[in-house]
Design a protein around this ligand. Structure first.
Ligand code: AMP
Length: 564
């Protein structure tokens, strides 16, 4: 007998209701044990807020307009009531549940006869994803209407969560690995390794159920299934990286582009983004380059693609993003935004996984196989002075900073550890004024936690917005800030509380971008508050002029040099 979808939603409710990790793992492990084999992967994916396994390139392509339109039509709810319900719960799934409950749709009779099953929900999601091309929006709407129309309010809550891709139960992939290990009695590290290699825990769970430990241990890397990328922790400076890596390390330029994992099997070449999406179509000339240059029958390589300007210098990340967003007329984009590939790792070569081969050896093999494709510029040193000089050079040439890689480090997929450190020379922080704030959602529901940051325009005295951030403050500081801002509030417009410009905060950021979004034409990238400046008045804060100067300096640095 198929498992009811309701059982899954009840489990998710229990997960939402606790923060005890061991309890969560036990609950999920017990649930997984009871499922049919064909239900294990769909249930695992859905519990993590995914309609399909991670490696699967299918996407639902349901916009918020489509989803909210269907909810409105099914419940006959006024938009205002939906917004009100949303501001109470701060969660779209929970809001949908509330409106379905209060409007009591007349479908209870059929529902009692035939409850939804996990597999039926998966099939509906597949049908929604498969609706593409002309008329797809109407078809998606119809399918959604049927699915949500046959669901109970609690089921609606979790279907909506899967549709928007956010469960918010606190049960994440790491805990799922523990649950799979417990449910099917497979060692945790075997589950973790298999999950990294397949890029998806759902499939590992299914193998564990059918074949147990032996099956999981046999799971190998597979072509055209991206491996989760190894990640880097932040180090404050080159000294920290040298110390942690035992006195000597490799420093590479950290390029500000998009990471791609390249799978090459004969003439077939595919690129996967950091989030494991297939991006091959966006980069046709790079496919050609890899085909011509890489000397290997079968290989998995990693590299960074960066956009370059007419003068060959690197362009800010946003230019590159235009390449990835484009679906049509890609050839035009190839001309408009030239890109360059720099390789930095080799994790599989002609039948052999290199994940357990030390970094220096992988790098040597990469050099042998890369043809004319450049590798990220690198030095190996034990001298802080030399490393510092290399960092300055990287920054001057328009790159983001350095990545320090431990010489004997293995490739650990999906892990953000100390074997790789990213080091940036931070730009000087700015003192900015909060001119408005928005309420947060989820845990920050009810707090003014998203801040609009502005700098003053000296001639007019006006405060012009240059960015937004919800990062950097502690819970205690957010509560304090909420109280202050409420006292300074002048009006509230569509969830934005406009305040008297009074509070000054110190803000760190990675870059100043050109942006049409704000009147001043610039925006801070990755802004985060580093300090509340109670000691400064708004008139002492930084000016738009100063931000412009920093922006121009960024480009002057880039203009002066060739990329390498
Ligand atoms: P972050 O995104 O800040 O965590 O930094 C890690 C990212 O830096 C990687 O995912 C790559 O996309 C990028 N990156 C740029 N240059 C390198 C490099 N030489 N080695 C590794 N990663 C690099």
């Amino acid at each position: 007998m198929q498992t009811k979808f309701q059982a899954l939603t009840e489990l998710c409710e229990k997960l939402e209701g606790t923060s005890k990790r061991t309890l969560m793992v036990d609950l999920v492990a017990n649930f997984l044990k009871k499922l049919r084999v064909d239900e294990v992967e769909p249930a695992t994916s859905m519990m993590l807020g995914r309609a399909f396994p991670k490696w699967n390139q299918r996407t639902l392509e349901v916009s918020w307009a489509t989803l909210s339109g269907v909810i409105k039509r099914l419940t006959n709810i006024e938009w205002k009531s939906f917004s009100e319900a949303f501001s109470k719960t701060g969660d779209i799934g929970s809001t949908a549940k509330v409106v379905f409950e209060t409007t009591k749709i007349q479908k209870q009779a059929t529902l009692l006869e035939k409850p939804l099953t996990i597999l039926e929900v998966r099939r509906s999601l597949e049908a929604i994803a498969e609706a593409t091309g002309s008329g797809s929006r109407e078809r998606k709407e119809r399918l959604l209407k049927t699915l949500l129309g046959t669901a109970t309010p609690l089921e609606v809550k979790y279907i909506v969560k899967v549709l928007v891709g956010e469960m918010r139960t606190g049960f994440h992939e790491g805990l799922m690995e523990l649950a799979v290990s417990k449910a099917f009695d497979v060692p945790h590290n075997a589950v973790q390794t298999a999950s990294m290699l397949t890029g998806d825990i759902g499939e590992v769970a299914k193998t564990a159920k059918v074949q147990g430990k032996e099956g999981v241990l046999k799971i190998r890397f597979r072509f055209f299934r991206p491996v989760k990328p190894m990640l880097a922790q932040t180090a404050q400076n080159v000294n920290e990286a040298l110390r942690e890596h035992g006195g000597e390390t490799a420093f590479e330029y950290k390029l500000d582009g998009a990471r791609i994992q390249i799978h090459k099997s004969g003439d077939i070449i595919r690129f996967f983004s950091r989030r494991l999406t297939d991006v091959t179509k966006s980069l046709p000339e790079v496919v050609q380059l890899v085909r011509n240059e890489v000397v290997a029958r079968k290989a998995v390589l990693e590299g960074e693609v960066i956009a370059v300007g007419e003068d060959g210098n690197p362009l800010p990340f946003q230019h590159l993003m235009r390449r990835f967003r484009r679906v049509h007329d890609i050839e035009v984009m190839v001309k408009q935004i030239p890109v360059e590939l720099y390789l930095f790792d080799l994790i599989y070569l002609n039948g052999q996984s290199l994940t357990t081969t030390p970094y220096v050896e992988r790098r040597e093999k990469l050099r042998e196989r890369a043809g004319s494709i450049p590798l990220t510029k690198q030095i190996i040193t034990n001298s802080p002075k030399e490393a510092e000089k290399f960092l300055k050079k990287a920054m001057n040439r328009g790159h983001e900073g350095l990545v320090a890689k431990k010489l004997d480090s293995l490739y650990t997929p999906g892990v953000r550890g100390k074997r790789w450190f990213k080091i940036k020379m931070s730009l000087e922080p700015l003192d900015l004024v909060i001119v408005a704030a928005e309420y947060g959602y989820g845990r920050r529901h009810g707090w003014l936690s998203d801040y609009h940051l502005a700098a003053q325009e000296p001639d007019t005295g006006r405060f012009l917005m240059v960015g937004k951030t919800f990062k950097g403050l502690t819970d205690k500081e957010i509560i304090w800030m909420t109280k202050q801002l409420r006292d300074l509030a002048v009006r509230e417009e569509r969830g934005v509380v406009v305040v008297v410009p009074q509070i000054v905060v110190e803000v760190a950021y990675n870059e100043i971008q050109e942006s049409p979004k704000y009147e001043c034409g610039m925006a801070l990238r990755f802004a985060r508050i580093t300090r509340i400046r109670n000691d400064k008045s708004p008139r002492e804060a930084d000016t738009i002029q100063r931000i412009k100067e920093i922006y121009e300096k960024q480009f002057r640095a880039k203009d002066r040099y060739l990329p390498f």
